[in-house]
Design a protein. Structure first.
Length: 73
């Protein structure tokens, strides 16, 4: 499972959404929203070792990904 961060608006400084790339190559996107179950699953899966890419497509290290998740609500 791979997740990629993205910005829904070019004027944003930080990513505010995620694109989930499934094993079947289908994709799901969602905003950072604490009440969204996909968002909650994303945080758990990244902390469990799922790949996370930054908005430029660079794969984050486990430490970078975990640190990023730690900044989210």
């Amino acid at each position: 499972m791979t997740y990629k961060l993205y910005k829904t608006d070019a004027n944003l400084i930080e990513a505010n959404a995620v694109l989930k790339i499934n094993k079947s190559n289908s994709m799901t996107s969602f905003l950072f929203a604490p009440d969204n179950t996909d968002y909650q699953t994303f945080k758990k899966e990244v902390l469990a070792g799922a790949e996370l890419q930054d908005a430029d497509g660079n794969t984050m290290t486990t430490e970078e990904a975990n640190a990023f998740i730690g900044t989210l609500s």
